[in-house]
Structures are given as C-alpha cells and as structure tokens.
Design a protein. Structure first.
Length: 856
RNA sequence: GCCCGGGUGGCGGAAUGGCAGACGCGAUGGACUCAAAAUCCAUUGUCCGAAAGGGCGUGCGGGUUCGAGUCCCGCCCCGGGCACCA
C-alpha cells in the first residue's frame, strides 16, 4: 500500500475538479470496501427491542431529483456524523432514510417526455440512493419509505379519513391561491411575499374554488405555546410565531346609522376587530374591505360608482400590486372610497363616516375596522389623504408633533404607551389598563367581547395534480361526499394515462378512475380527482420510519413512543414554516384521533438548520444551474476528504461559499488524511526505532496532548463545532509527525488510536481501515474515548503579565498558583521592573493562573 | 418600515470580559530530486527597526471596566425573514 500511487485524474467530461496529488493510500478501494462492509453486516440496523438507550437522528428526507449535489453532501455528512458518534456513545441509533417522492417535477417530466412519473421517479431515487451511499452515510435501509409507494399511500389516505371523521379535514369554497404555472392551488405558506409561487415563480392569482382543508387553526394556540420548550434555533421559532400571528384584542359592533330596524328593514351592525379597544374614543371613521359582504348593502346610490370602481380595481389587482403600489409610507396612495353611510361609535354614540379601502383585508379579523388615525400609522396615512380628523387618545411624548416622526420630522400616529386623554372615563389610565377596562365595558354593555385573532389560516391540502396521493373520497348523487372505506385503501391513480401539455391532471378526465360506485348505496359515484399536497406525506414519514412494517395501521403507537420524539432533526432553513409547522400540527392531530401516542405532542425535540452552499452569491441549486457534482470528488479525493471539507470549512450553521479556492481546501483535507494514514499505517518517513520502557518528559507531553484532545473534541462535538474539532486533531498530527523521529511505542500507539477514534464519525472509511490493520476489529463499534483527568489537566500554564493592560511578559506557572505567588512572580519579572522604572504600582489585578495586570 | 443574524489578515475562519488571528488555504524561502510531483522544515496582520524591541490594529463614534473582538448606547454596511394582519 505504501507504494500505491494513484494518479487520479478526473475522468468525467466537464467536471471541474482535477486532483494532481499523489495519495498515500488507495482511497477508492478502501472506501468501497467499507461501504460494502457496513451494508452487508447491517452495522446500523436497529430494532425497538435493542437494550441500548434509543436515539433518533433524522435528516429531512429529500425530494429525489437525481444524483446528490453538494447541498446533500453537506446535509447528510452532519447527520451521518451524529449517527456514528451516538453509536460510539452507546446508543441504539435509529437512522432511517426515505424519499419525498411525490411532486411536480416528475409530472412535468411526464408532460415533456411521456414517461410515467413513477418510472421517472424510481430512476431518480436509484441515482440519489447510490450517491448518498457513496458518501459513506449509513442508514437502516430496511426502513426505507417512499411517499408514492402504495403501502405508504394507503396510510396517508387512512390518516386523511380519520382526520375527516374527526372534523379536522373539511371541504369548503374559498378564495384560494391559484398558480397558473403549476395548474393548481397553493397553500398560503407556498405563496412568497411578492405574490409568486414558491415553486414555479409564477404570479399567483385568486380564485374561488371548492377545496379541501385541514383545520390547523384549531391548534394555533398549542402550536404557539409548544415552541417555548423546543430546542430549536430561535430564528425558526420566531418565524413560526410570526406566521401564527396571535393578537389579542376585542370585537365590537358598530350600528350602521339609520339601520336600527325602525324603518322595517333588518337592523344592520358592522362587526370590527381591534387590538386597541382603548383608542375607541379616537375613532374618526371606519373601513370595510372591498370584498366585505356589507359593501353593497350600505353604499348609497351617489357613492356607488366610486365604490364599484374601487372594488373592480382591488379585484383585478394581485396581492403584489395591492401591496407594492400602496405599501410604504405615502398617505396619498391609500386607495379608498366613501360609502355614503355612517356607523355609530358605541363608546361615544357619535356617527363617523364609513369607507371602503383596500388597505383592509377581508381575510383577517372581520374584514372591517374602526379607524383611529392618532394611534395607527395606516389610518393616519389614510386620514391625511382624505382630510379626516384626528383625535389623540394617548398623550404623545413632549415635542411629538414637531419632531416625533421619521428623521426628526413632524410626528404622525403615536403607537406607544402613555396617559389616556380625550377618552372620558379612560382618561388618566395607562394603555394596558385602559385596554382592559374598555373590553370589560364592551362585555358589560353587550356591545362586544374579548377576541384573539390569528394570522394562521387553515391548511389548504388539495392539489389539481396527478402525481400525488389521491384524496380517498367519492361524490354520490344522493349521499354527497362519501369516504372510501378503509378496507378499500389505497386508492391508486391509474397507469394508463396521457399527460397533456396543458398541464391538466389526467385524473380529471380518466373515465376508469372517475366512475365508481357509492360505498353507501352502490349507485353511481364520481371519484375525487384532487390529490394531496406533498407536505401531507412529509408530515408523518418520521413516524412510519419507527415502524415501517406495520400492516394493520400506519404505525404502532407503542413503537413510536419508544423512538419518538426525533432527538436530532437536521434540515434546511427553507422549511422553517412549511414542513416544520405542518409536521407539528400532524403530531398533535394524530394523537388526538388516536393514531399516535396522545402525550407525544412535538415530533422534533432538537432541530439544526445547516447552512446552504452558495456560488457566485446565490444558492447552489438545480434550478439555478450552478451545481457542483460530488461525483468527481468521490472518484478522486474520496468521500472522507469531501466530508472533512464540509466539517472543517466553518460553522455548520453558516453558509458556505464555493469559490476558486475551494478545491485547494479540499486538497488540503486529503493531505491531512494522508498524514493520518502515514501515522496510522506506521509509514512516517524516517521513523526511528520505537522505544519501550520508561517514558520521558517528551513522551508524557504527548500523552497530555492526547488526553486534552479528547476533552476538546468531545466538547466540540457536543456544541456542533466540527471546524474546531478538526483543527484540534490537526494540531495533534502536527505534533506527532516530528515526535515520530524518536517515539515511545506505547505513547505513539495510544495517541494514534485516540486520534482515529475521535476522527471516526467524521471520516469513517480511512479510520476504519487503519483501525482494522492495527487491531483487527471495527472502530465504529468501539466506545468513544474518555480522558484521564490527571493527564488532560494542564501541567503548566502561561501567565500573562500586563502593565496598564499591555502584555509585557509571559511566565510559565503551575495551574494552581495562588494570588500572592502570582503577584510576587509578576512583580519580580525583570521586564516588568524595566517598564515600571521604579514607579510603585497603584493597583495589581491578579487572576491566577492566567493573568496579572499591574496598574500604575 | 419592523424583527433577526453578521462585519476579525490576501481568503475560509479561531478566541468562558484576560496573550487577537488557533487550524487551514494561498504566498515566500529552504531541504530532498538530474528535474518535477509528492513529502519535510521555516516565515507569513501592519508600520518603525540591522536586531532586541516598540507603535498601531477586530466596520464607525462614544461609554462601562484594571482590562472590550466579546458588555452598553448611537450610527454605517452586508445577509435573511416578515411586510397594509387592524
């Protein structure tokens, strides 16, 4: 092996990477050997009756888009490292893998090529599986799941039916987001802030359609409260909190003037939601959303034309136009029209004008507001534009009207705290108290009540696509919507389908699929042609992984209770809201319908979001066409070096820039592994005969360095600081190489063994090979090393001596030196005496054993 | 506009309020070689100095402290999220 000279040119045409180094060992052969070993020996297959304590590591299952790219490599390297590390720590580690295999790309490919999405998808899965395995990532492949597998579809459909039975799934007509590119509706979560589709980038339009929803809003409070106890990145939790958007306030009724019922017409009241009931005395007008059902009713003939024009414009405008044209500070762009009607302020009995304006949204609260320009910036802008009065109900800070505004200009709405004014019986109170009193008054008078509102909407799950899990219901002429009996699941899409360029789902026109019979009466019925959002599949796959063999239910709750929650979940920040919120909802809902353990409320105890790979300033992705294929690296430097690169380059949570320098850094990783190889295989050039017997001072220093390394690396693994763990290992190697000139056999052997154990989770192949040569057994079944405190403790430390905060001397001292000795030693330093020049210290700060600071 | 991150050598990055720049990449010089590759050794923030040594340095301006990359206040720049949610 010493003579092995691998001239590894990059064989693939177009690959960027070219290795010109001569390697110390046959990387490709070694890595292949161990990959096969792990697979045939089932090293990482575990069962629920394993006596070791369970530990569940999960990396988000991928959409199978073909061979792995660098983002996958990075992702699965972190996950695999944890699996191997936890195993060495003595856990039974559940490490499953699967594929999120429903989705639009396969259907688009079918439209393009005529190939059935299943054929296409299975081919992509084979490629991805192959390249993930080539990284040396280990999984319990017996547990593999694929969303599109009939044995998975069956349970996804059963879950749907149970949710339907529990009232957590329902069908409703609603204004929905329609993506013309994807030819389907989207959930709110799948529409980006600029009003485009997160998948296709097309501008999403509003349509009224009958759709299926999951009642996620029933869980809004629990989804919010549950976040507090999760060991997740704060930023992800904040994003979920904002998305749920809980706000407390009150609803109250504003009687429409002249519509008290005395003229025979039914009485008319306008219900509004506000978070600031304390400001009601400052209401100077009210506003309806353009889509509000009362608009027609209240608009006077004189105003009808203007109101109609506004509504037409609002309806035509997409959300982007509506926000971009009128967003921002400019008051004049707030578009609205007077209805001609007035509403009565229940607090004052005063009538104020009622407007229609597009800055009020039908989808939130009641779609109508009381407007208080003095204490709301949007109302202020609108009031300015329409010449409406302002009544302050909170005393603004001194000088607010002169310089309280932006850039010290004139102040506008004041939304802060302060003393209530102009508010009758609320005057003199603070805002919080006034808010409470106002609500109490509303409830006592029967004019309103406390109300909590959420930004969160129910989850729209139906998709007008073919390549998804069919929704298992039929529509019967007499019985309406009827669930398919559970015994008849799964409902599978037919194979003999034709994909049209229009993008229309073939299910909608396939007579054999469409025509069926009603499970209740046996009469003619029509199948539901919508399929489920693929986020439904990914909302429970981690539960199926626990018990993928279950044939009578999706999974055994007891087995799930054994493994769940996932101890460490790893994935991209892009799922901060979508997948992670849906999966949390599913965990709660499945518990409540009796499928999952009821007490298991949260699926993922810890979450880590790794950084993405950027190239030329943008995310490396297939759609941007800037992928760097790992294959060229795997065939040359090998998986270990590529893994090491991702671990060493920086903190795992940070983004990585793929630059012209990157290949050199990867070469450096390969170089390091070569050095480890030479140490482990006793091939260090010029290595002398090894001593035995008594250990010298230098030998003990190596022992100490080895044990300190155990402490450092162990701590770094715990805090996800792999870059510093790698750096620490490199330091030891840098120390060991010169030490090999005159090594003590036992000391060197222990040092190298320790190094291999610490590196094993990071670079599993090369460490396994060296360990086998040295000891004959499998390093990955060995225990994680533990340091000897007597050896890992520092023997001498460098004490810094400062004069006025500037370092003037460094002294070697024992780590347990006391204050008096440290001070005496510092003051006796010739260099310190020199700088002091006879001046007596004014004060001496002593922090043994690290520092003495002499102040003059 | 609001809410989070972040700004440290040529580059990626280290640093429980206590030696700024660990480790690596790149660069420079040297050993080995006919030569190259690989390998090994040394140097590498910046300025002054032959050297010893010293000055200056963590986006900018203040502050707290014996001592600040780290804590506080006010800015600037970069990245991300949210954005008429009443």
């Amino acid at each position: 092996m010493r003579q092995a000279r691998l001239r590894a040119d990059c064989a693939r045409p177009g690959a960027r990477y070219h290795l010109s180094m001569v390697r110390a060992y046959d990387v490709v052969a070694v890595e292949k050997k161990w990959r096969e070993r792990w697979a045939t020996e089932g090293t990482y297959e575990v069962d629920a009756d394993d006596p070791r304590p369970p530990w569940y590591v999960l990396t988000m299952y991928p959409y199978p888009s073909g061979p792995a790219h660098m983002g996958h490599v990075r992702n699965y390297t972190f996950g695999d490292l944890l699996v191997r590390h936890r195993t060495m720590l003595g856990h039974a580690v559940l490490s499953p893998f699967g594929f999120d295999s429903f989705g639009l790309p396969a259907e688009n490919a079918a439209i393009r090529t005529g190939m059935h999405p299943r054929t296409f998808t299975d081919a992509r899965i084979a490629e991805l599986k192959e390249s993930i395995t080539a990284l040396g990532a280990v999984y319990d492949w017996r547990r593999e799941v694929r969303s599109h597998d009939p044995s998975y579809i069956r349970w996804t459909q059963l879950i749907f039916l149970r949710l339907l039975a529990a009232g957590l799934a329902y069908r409703a007509n609603a204004p929905v987001n329609w993506c013309p590119g994807c030819q389907t509706v989207l959930a709110n979560e799948q529409v980006l802030a600029d009003g485009t589709c997160e998948r296709s980038g097309d501008v999403v339009v509003k349509r009224d359609l009958e759709q299926w929803f999951f009642r996620i809003t029933d869980y809004a409070d629990e989804l919010l409260a549950g976040l507090d106890d999760l060991d997740w990145p704060e930023r992800v939790k904040t994003m979920q909190r904002n998305w749920i958007g809980r706000s407390e306030g009150a609803e109250m009724d504003l009687p429409v003037e002249g519509r008290d019922g005395s003229d025979g017409r039914p009485p008319l009241v306008l219900r509004v939601f506000t978070t600031r009931p304390d400001t009601a005395f400052g209401m100077t007008y009210a506003v309806l959303a353009p889509e509000h059902p009362l608009v027609d009713e209240v608009t006077t003939p004189a105003q009808r034309a203007a109101v109609e024009e506004l509504r037409a414009r609002a309806a035509a405008a997409s959300d982007i136009e509506r926000t971009s044209e009128s967003g921002g500070a400019s008051a004049l762009e707030k578009r609205g029209a007077f209805t001609g009607a007035s509403v009565v302020n229940p607090f004052t009995g005063t009538a104020v004008p009622l407007y229609v304006a597009d800055y009020v949204l039908m989808g939130y609260g009641t779609g109508a507001i009381m407007a208080v320009p003095a204490e709301d910036a949007r109302d202020w802008d609108f009031a300015q534009a329409h010449g409406l009065p302002v009544i302050r109900t909170v005393r603004p800070p001194e000088g607010w009207d002169e310089h309280g505004g932006p850039d010290g200009g004139p102040g506008g709405a004041y939304t802060g705290t302060g003393e209530k004014i102009n508010s009758a019986w609320l005057d003199g109170l603070d805002v919080v108290t006034a808010k409470r009193r106002a609500i109490e008054w509303l409830e006592a008078e029967g004019k309103g009540s406390r109300k909590v509102n959420y930004r969160l909407r129910d989850w729209l799950v139906s998709r007008q696509r073919f390549w998804g899990c069919p929704i298992p219901v039929v529509t019967c002429e007499t019985h309406g919507i009827v669930p398919v009996p559970e015994s008849e699941l799964p409902v599978l899409a037919p194979d003999d389908v034709e994909f049209r360029p229009t993008g229309e789902s073939p299910l909608a026109t396939h007579a054999g699929f469409l025509n069926t019979t009603c499970p209740i009466c046996g009469g003619a019925a029509r199948r539901e042609t919508d399929t489920m959002d693929t986020f439904v599949d990914s909302s429970w796959y981690f539960l199926r992984f626990c018990d993928p063999w279950s044939t009578d239910r999706p999974f055994d709750p007891d087995v799930v209770a054994h493994w769940m929650p996932v101890d460490q979940y790893i994935g991209g920040i892009e799922h901060a809201i979508l997948h992670l919120l849906y999966a949390r909802f599913f965990m709660k809902a499945l518990g409540d319908v009796g499928l999952a353990p009821a007490e298991l409320r949260e699926p993922f105890a810890r979450l880590f979001t790794q950084g993405m790979i950027r190239m030329d300033g943008s995310k490396m992705s297939k759609s941007r066409g800037n992928l760097v294929a790992p294959s060229a690296y795997l065939a040359t430097v090998g998986a270990d070096a590529l893994r090491l690169f991702h671990l060493a380059v920086g903190p795992p949570a940070d983004d990585v820039d793929w630059t012209a320098q990157t290949d050199s850094i990867i070469d450096g990783c390969a170089r390091f592994l070569d050095r480890v190889w030479r140490l482990g295989a006793d091939e260090v050039d010029g290595e002398a005969a090894r001593r035995t017997g008594a250990e010298t001072e230098d030998d003990v220093a190596i022992r100490r360095a080895t044990h300190r390394l155990i402490d450092r690396v162990t701590r770094d693994y715990e805090r996800w600081s792999y870059n510093t763990a790698v750096a620490a290992c490199r330091e030891l190697v840098n120390t060991l190489v010169p030490y090999c000139a005159d090594p003590h056999a036992g000391v060197l052997g222990d040092a190298v063994d320790t190094l291999l154990l610490l590196l094993a989770p990071m670079v599993p192949h090369v460490t396994a090979e060296l360990w086998e040569r040295r000891h004959g057994d499998d390093i990955h079944l060995r225990a994680w090393p533990v340091s000897d405190p007597a050896l890992s403790a520092e023997q001498v430390v460098t004490m810094v001596v400062q004069v006025n905060g500037k370092v003037r001397d460094r002294l070697d001292v024992p780590p347990d030196i006391d204050e008096a000795a440290a001070e005496a030693l510092a003051l006796a330093s010739p260099r310190v005496e020199d700088v002091l020049g006879g001046v007596a210290p004014r004060r001496v700060i002593v922090k043994p054993p690290k520092l003495v600071n002499v102040v003059v």
